[in-house]
Design a protein around this ligand. Structure first.
Ligand code: KG4
Ligand code: ZN
Length: 334
């Protein structure tokens, strides 16, 4: 079984040709980071325009590089939701055009489901497991009981973790995306600044990160901070909260198998801390390779394959949604 997968939900234009038997046949990603860099965050209109500009040339390159006959695919997988609506429209329209031309079915994937299954590209994980999703748009804990069976446990009440990395980097004048820059700087710094960890000691799986960003802003306004130390302090506060809430989720559900996915799971300190924790407490941990942590189309292909195998396809007039909860998606498309 073969699929073409299309991912355009944010600032990466990504395509993948994936075989159920052989795995990835071809994979291509074009990051728009340079376009958004001067703005310190993703500009939705620019993102959609870049996807429109780049999708066909990327598709052409993918076919040439792999020498693949696109008529061989069995279906087209695509990110239906959530994401920047204009950017999703570009990818969904492209997926529809290919499916229509080749007379092949369309298979919708939820972007967060894609992130969860990014770990399966390396090695399938047994159910049930806890998924900590940390990306630019989401910071959520789910109990995953099977494919498509997602139970929301808790998540951020305000900023997503990746968003706060990006906002703090902008405050520090570091550019976009802030996550990898802060990750790098923090290695040279010490967590010497006191920063808040909202809700950390409360018996809730919800989190809050906007106060942390405000505290960083105040600190920058009142004293001249060493960027490396501020990065290390911010990062420590974030990971302390993520660690505590994930442990609480495992405690409340009794599930001792964890996957950590999404762009922020590429963070070197987060990976180190969670690995240490899993060794110390003896739970099973799966984090994808950093290349698969950030947005890509391989994860959309994998989840699409799972769905197609269950006979789930979408009608030709399907429309993208900016923000359908994962739990709802799992119920609708099962
Ligand atoms: O999953 P992703 O690629 O896109 C969304 O679905 O949002 O996540 C992007 C986010 C950005 O906020 C970026 O700053 C963050 O992931 N990120 C990182 C690192 N690499 C990417 N955050 C911390 N450390 C990193 N190494
Ligand atoms: Zn993502």
């Amino acid at each position: 079984m073969l699929t073409l997968a299309v991912e355009t939900s944010c600032d990466e234009t990504a395509l993948c040709i994936y075989s159920e038997e052989r795995g990835v046949i071809g994979d291509i990603i074009l990051s728009q980071a340079k376009v958004h860099f001067p703005y310190g965050g993703v500009v939705p209109e620019l993102s959609a325009r870049e996807h429109t500009r780049n999708l066909l040339p990327l598709f052409d390159k993918l076919l040439k590089d792999t020498n693949f006959d696109i008529r061989r695919i069995d279906f087209v997988s695509f990110t239906l939701t959530p994401g920047l609506i204009l950017s999703l429209v570009v990818g969904v329209s492209f997926a529809k055009a290919i499916a229509f031309t080749l007379k092949k079915p369309l298979v919708p994937v939820h972007h967060l489901e894609g992130h969860i299954y990014s770990v399966f590209l390396e090695k399938p994980v047994e159910y049930p497991f806890i998924a900590l999703i940390v990306s630019g748009g989401h910071t959520d804990l789910y109990l995953v009981e099977g494919f498509g069976r997602y139970m929301f446990l808790g998540g951020t009440l305000d900023d997503a973790v990746g968003e706060s990395y990006d906002k703090v980097a902008k405050l520090m004048g570091l550019g976009y995306p802030g996550g990898p820059i802060i990750d790098r700087l923090a290695k040279e710094g010490k967590p010497v600044y006191e920063l808040p960890r909202p809700l950390i000691d409360e018996d809730t799986l919800n989190m809050s990160f906007s106060g942390l960003k405000t505290a960083v802003r105040r600190l920058i306004e009142t004293e001249s901070c060493r960027k490396e130390d501020l990065s290390a302090s911010f990062q420590k506060a974030v990971i302390d909260v993520l660690e505590r809430k994930t442990l609480l989720a495992m405690e409340k559900t009794g599930v001792r198998r964890l996957v950590v996915v999404g762009g922020v799971s590429a963070n070197s300190e987060l990976r180190r801390r969670f690995s240490e924790l899993s060794e110390r407490l003896g739970f099973e941990l799966h984090i994808p390779h950093p290349r698969l942590s950030t947005d890509n189309a391989q994860m959309i292909a994998y989840a699409g394959m799972e769905r197609f195998r269950r006979g789930i396809t979408a009608p030709e007039d399907i429309n993208p949604e900016p923000n359908m909860p994962l739990e709802v998606f799992g119920r609708l498309w099962s």
